[in-house]
Design a protein around this ligand. Structure first.
Ligand SMILES: [Zn+2]
Length: 136
């Protein structure tokens, strides 16, 4: 199965996301780096390179997510919960933004905030600046 995302498919993914990261909602045009096309369900977990399995992601979110699809909810490693899926889930049912920080309002949100490290200090400061200028 191909991992390659064609230029046309990338454009479809980006346009559907309105050129924002589908995980942290930061707009691509304000970052100095090119956004990635994420396989929501990674190839090693059986995901395909098709529009319904792809998401537009900033480098921070994509690198932290990697090929993960779930994480542990307890220190003992007995229980797991899947990550937020932009193709299935409504962002507003899992997260809220408070002073530039992204808070979880569901267990899926909590797992995703933690794993994707949404609230690293520099990311919060960046979102605060975007909010102050009406761009987030
Ligand atoms: Zn992001």
């Amino acid at each position: 199965m191909s991992r390659l995302v064609s230029k046309a498919l990338r454009q479809q993914v980006a346009a559907r996301a309105v050129f924002r990261c589908e995980y942290c909602l930061v707009p691509e045009r304000f970052l100095a780096t090119t956004f990635h096309v994420d396989h929501v369900r990674s190839i090693k977990h059986g995901g395909a390179t098709v529009l319904d399995n792809l998401a537009f992601a900033c480098p921070h979110c994509n690198q932290n997510k990697g090929s993960d699809v779930a994480t542990f909810t307890d220190d003992e490693g007995q229980n797991t919960i899947r990550l937020y899926n932009p193709r299935l889930d409504d962002w507003g049912l899992h997260f809220e933004v408070v002073n530039g920080s992204i808070s979880s309002i569901s267990p899926i949100g909590m797992a995703t905030v933690k794993l994707l490290e949404f609230n690293q200090p520099d990311r919060i400061i960046f979102r605060q600046a975007l909010i102050a200028s009406g761009m987030y």
